[in-house]
Design a protein around this ligand. Structure first.
Ligand SMILES: [Zn+2]
Ligand SMILES: [Zn+2]
Length: 243
């Protein structure tokens, strides 16, 4: 299984970059975890849009789904051009699925995610866990018969994530705040909290993402490594990790 970090900023994208979006590839299966602003443009450097099998949206904050409507237009055009012959399955974790509509439901098939769901897409299996955030938000586990990746979505500190991420081969985790800001915002993690979760979950590899627009993000990496005791990666353009 391969992770490509397509977008990794919180709130809004830096110039020529994107907010939360991750492409997971496994044999012939390609799925997206979140589809933030700027993601659709960046994604095309890594995949043909017509090859996407499904999209999973952790929550409805726009830094995680702004480009889903651009993706809808892409699916419409690609279908009209005969390059795509099936609808794209879009799974969204929200209490209010009725508030989300696609103009072209023939090309975008909307599904409401439930925490009890197990979704199978090609060779991948996906399960979900509740987070702590301003609105309903879930973490997502992607497994094949060899390895498992856990993506935190947005969350405050919760032991549910420790349990859910237990022994993950790769933990892709939001790191929105520096150590000194711990507790400033309930729905996001500081570097120290990330390190605590990664340590308790015994994550094999850790990739930090959902960066703040202040300070030096290299400092985030140092702060996590000091407590976690092993190196971690920062998501960035072109970053790919195979598990
Ligand atoms: Zn966010
Ligand atoms: Zn959010």
């Amino acid at each position: 299984m391969k992770l490509h970090t397509i977008g990794y900023w919180g709130a809004y994208p830096k110039a020529n970059e994107a907010t939360s979006c991750y492409l997971i590839e496994d044999s012939n299966t390609k799925i997206l975890l979140d589809c933030g602003s700027g993601a659709l443009s960046k994604l095309q450097a890594k995949a043909n849009l017509e090859d996407l099998d499904a999209v999973f949206i952790s929550h409805t904050h726009t830094d995680h789904m702004a480009d889903i409507y651009s993706l809808e237009y892409a699916m419409l055009i690609l279908t009209q051009l005969g390059k795509r012959t099936r609808p794209l399955d879009v799974y969204v974790y929200t209490e209010d699925i009725a508030s989300l509509t696609f103009e072209f439901p023939d090309v975008m098939r909307l599904h409401q995610l439930r925490l009890t769901d197990t979704v199978k897409i090609g060779s991948l299996m996906l399960t979900f866990s509740e987070n702590i955030h301003e609105i309903p938000c879930c973490s997502i586990k992607v497994s094949n018969n060899k390895s498992k990746l856990v993506y935190s979505g947005d969350t405050g500190y919760t032991t549910a994530l420790v349990d859910f991420a237990m022994a993950a081969d790769l933990l892709l985790i939001e790191c929105s705040f520096y150590r000194k800001q711990k507790g400033m915002m309930k729905g996001h993690l500081s570097s120290e909290e990330v390190a605590d979760i990664a340590t308790k979950a015994k994550a094999k590899h850790v990739v930090l993402t959902h960066f703040p627009h202040f300070g030096d993000i290299l400092q985030l990496k140092k702060e996590v490594e000091t407590v976690f005791g092993q190196s971690v990666y920062l998501a960035k353009e072109g970053f790919t990790f195979t598990i």
